[in-house]
Design a protein around this ligand. Structure first.
Ligand code: 13P
Ligand code: SF4
Length: 312
């Protein structure tokens, strides 16, 4: 007899067919969502998929700014997300009106603004170019020499890119509440427990944690690194959903979640708001739907397209 969960999966696949929808999922989604998505990836890969799809509906299993990015590059599609409350602490740390005020107050700097993709459409519209953790180095290197750069909203990713490129930038003081919970002590302890394991950390982690890492990279690059590296064990210092993606794609290796000082879960409370039931409901009702005022969308599209062109 079919289980409730099997029924739910069948219902979602049937709705997907009826709606001519594509299901895109970020690497931080739960295993059940990753298993039935058409594509699972990082923010960069998902942006390309959203821009290239010929589906009528994009069901985006991630957080709000990711759904917005899909709508920015695919305005004729209906973009739905399972839960409108799936926000992002990092995106919230840089509201568009505050950035606008800051730019006006520092007009003499004539900033070239690079916005990490974890931001609202309003912030994207104020930026010259967008970047993700997967292409931030390349994007920063493409900025004309001599320009003052303002990097928003993640100060940890910004500091990491400065180390990699040698280019100085002014950093917005935002961060991701999940990644700053990993500490030098918590990662140092697990490293002692698994002395042969390689430590792989996301660049949103603090400097102290990045110093303990063998590799710092985007979630997508973690898959290739762990597959190609001869080591058998890896301590993964990012959101917990990544462990499922890695275990699925690199089944012969051992993945250990990087613990925080508070718990060993590493869950993003926003990413984890999405469930199969909510995915079914958003496909059935086409609600909640991402809407962006057209003026903001068009201006934001310029900076997103610039990123997509540079990182091809
Ligand atoms: P990636 O682009 O590396 O998947 O990161 C997205 C994110 O939200 C990190 O917290
Ligand atoms: Fe935002 Fe952090 Fe969650 Fe990524 S893990 S969506 S940066 S709060």
């Amino acid at each position: 007899m079919a289980t409730a969960s099997n029924d739910l999966v069948s219902e979602i696949l049937e709705l997907k067919r009826e709606r001519n929808a594509v299901i895109l999922a970020h690497n931080y989604q739960t295993a059940d969502i990753q298993e039935l998505a058409d594509f699972v990836g990082d923010s960069l890969g998902l942006s390309y998929k959203a821009a290239e799809t010929d589906a009528d509906v994009i069901a985006f299993c991630g957080v709000h700014f990711m759904g917005e990015t899909a709508k920015i590059v695919s305005p004729s599609k209906t973009v739905v997300i399972p839960d409108m409350d799936a926000g992002c602490s990092l995106s919230d740390s840089c509201p568009a009106d505050k950035l606008e005020e800051y730019l006006a107050a520092h007009a003499e700097k004539n900033y070239f603004v690079i916005a990490y993709i974890n931001c609202s459409a309003g912030v994207k519209a104020l930026a010259d170019v967008i970047c993700t953790s997967g292409n931030a180095v390349k994007i920063v290197e493409s900025v004309p020499p001599g320009r003052n750069i303002l990097f928003v909203p993640d100060q940890n990713l910004g500091a990491w890119v400065m180390e990699k490129t040698g280019r100085s930038m002014d950093l917005w003081r935002g961060n991701c509440y999940v990644h700053v919970e990993f500490t030098r002590d918590s990662i140092g302890r697990i490293r002692t427990e698994y002395p042969d394991a390689k430590v792989v950390a996301h660049p949103e982690c603090t400097h102290a944690v990045r110093l303990l890492a063998d590799e710092v990279c985007s979630t997508e690059k973690m898959v290739a690194y762990c597959r190609d590296n001869p080591a058998r064990e890896f301590i993964i210092v990012t959101e917990s959903g990544m462990l499922h993606r890695l275990r699925r794609e690199v089944p012969d290796k051992i993945f250990i979640p990087g613990p925080t000082d508070l718990c060993s879960c590493g869950d993003c409370r926003y990413m984890k708001l999405n469930t199969l039931e909510k995915l079914r409901d958003c496909l059935a009702t086409l609600n909640p739907e991402i809407q962006i005022p057209e003026g903001v969308r068009v201006t934001a599209e310029r900076s997103v397209r610039r990123m997509l062109e540079i990182s091809r």
